[in-house]
Design a protein around this ligand. Structure first.
Ligand SMILES: Nc1ncnc2c1ncn2[C@@H]1O[C@H](COP(=O)(O)OP(=O)(O)OP(=O)(O)O)[C@@H](O)[C@H]1O
Ligand SMILES: [Mg+2]
Length: 234
């Protein structure tokens, strides 16, 4: 397994946000994590990325224990998290935001090449290169934060609700991008989504988190009557 989370417990003071969660992500997979508001999805991703201290359990990434390591160290190992809410550096330009994504790298020629590739992948960002990130639309900012994360050359990309609040056309583009990343073969994706229908459609496997616990998991959750009733409105 590329990522193995075992019996993870994360609390905010006395609030247990994640209780005894175990999940796996294999190289090359798209794994979806769905569940209602407050289920602990973002907390789980933050704990994996080293942004939230864990109380119990273990997190192994490429066989190395990464629980409670500093976020920069986790990132250096090839794991990137795109947080909920598209936090671009609003006063900086699109270009500066993208270059920042590669700050831990020292292969300058490769960084320039990746930047150019990113702008080919996201033509809208090329058009907006010198514009301040804060002036971009919501969809453009989402593209930017994903592109910025990709500039670190992650092997595992974790996305927290990338489609939240975006129009269906932009949402479809983001899901297409995730599928393209998988098809190209070098990025594995752990995707948190409200949009259960589309997430389950592109995912190889999924976990359902409720009240800080995994209540269902599998490869065919879209066919599961419990999921259809609770999440797909069938
Ligand atoms: N910084 C914090 N301080 C205290 N409690 C928090 C904090 N962040 C989250 N929580 C609580 O932890 C629980 C899990 O929150 P989390 O944000 O992980 O849920 P989520 O599944 O991502 O929800 P959503 O779908 O709304 O984004 C919630 O009860 C929430 O109120
Ligand atoms: Mg969340």
């Amino acid at each position: 397994m590329m990522l193995s989370v075992r019996n993870l417990g994360v609390s905010y003071g006395r609030i247990a946000a994640v209780r005894d969660v175990s999940i796996d992500v294999a190289r090359g997979e798209i794994v979806a994590l769905i569940g209602p508001n407050g289920a602990g999805k973002s907390t789980l991703l933050k704990a994996i990325a080293g942004l939230q201290p864990i109380e119990r359990g273990s997190i192994d990434f490429d066989s190395a224990a990464i629980a409670n390591q500093r976020p920069a160290e986790v990132m250096r190992r090839g794991l990137a998290l795109v947080l909920e809410g598209r936090s671009t550096l609003k006063q900086m330009t699109v270009r500066e935001n993208l270059v920042l994504g590669a700050y831990a790298r020292h292969d300058h020629a490769e960084i320039a090449r990746d930047l150019d590739q990113m702008l080919t992948r996201f033509p809208i960002l090329r058009e907006r290169l010198k514009q301040r990130a804060g002036t971009l639309s919501g969809g453009e900012q989402q593209m930017l934060v994903i592109a910025r994360a990709l500039m670190s050359r992650p092997r595992l990309l974790m996305l927290d609700e990338p489609s939240l609040g975006l129009a269906p056309l932009i949402t479809a583009k983001i899901f297409e991008l995730v599928q393209a990343l998988k098809a190209e073969g070098d990025v594995t994706v752990l995707l948190v989504e409200q949009n259960a229908n589309q997430a389950l459609h592109i995912a190889d496997r999924a976990y359902v988190l409720e009240n800080g616990e995994v209540v269902l998991q599998g490869a065919d959750l879209a066919d599961d009557p419990r999921i259809q009733e609770a999440y797909l409105g069938v």
